[in-house]
Design a protein around this ligand. Structure first.
Ligand code: RP5
Length: 164
């Protein structure tokens, strides 16, 4: 199975990264984690992106806050899918990072998830791998079925308590 890379701009992004890592682990998807910054370590970030495909990765998750260029900078160096997580790390509540991550120019896409959206970033990466992995696709289906059952259980409980 291909690996997923989880790259964060700073170790202060770790709480968001953990959500993605826990999700990948729950699906038994292999991953590698690094701290590379588009601004503080641009050479290391570029080198990682340039060699990611030959190093066995299937997708890259990039987490960054403030003037968040990490996802775009990695995407510039690879044709692997890059998923950007804007981090809420400044007094602009993550809106700065959201716009920096999502507003990519044509030709260099970044699939941007919600601010601090570690779980969905991991699920999106898993869905990418599941395109040609039936076992993984089955796990995703099972998780959706379990989530549906939970909501229907809550619906029944709420309806029973409040319906006149
Ligand atoms: C970004 O700046 C990082 O991704 C982090 O979210 C933010 C703040 O970094 P630190 O100053 O905490 O290292 O590059």
């Amino acid at each position: 199975m291909k690996k997923i890379a989880v790259i964060m701009g700073s170790d202060s992004d770790l709480p968001i990264a953990r959500k993605a890592l826990d999700t990948l682990a729950a699906y038994e998807v292999p991953f590698e984690v690094h701290v590379y910054s588009a601004h503080r370590t641009p050479a290391e970030a570029a080198a990682f992106a340039a060699s990611a495909r030959e190093n066995g990765f299937g997708a890259i998750i990039a987490i960054a806050g403030m003037a968040a260029h990490l996802a775009g900078a990695l995407a510039a160096g690879t044709t692997l899918p890059v998923i950007g997580i804007p981090a809420k790390s400044s007094n602009l509540e993550g809106l700065d990072a959201l716009l920096s991550t999502v507003q990519m120019p044509s030709g260099i896409p970044v699939a941007t998830v919600a601010i601090d959206g570690g779980v969905n970033a991991a699920l999106l990466a898993i869905e990418m791998l599941a395109v040609n992995d039936e076992v993984l696709a089955g796990k995703l289906d099972a998780a959706r079925a379990a989530a549906r059952a939970k909501v229907l259980e809550k619906d029944a409980a709420v309806a029973a308590e409040f319906t006149l």
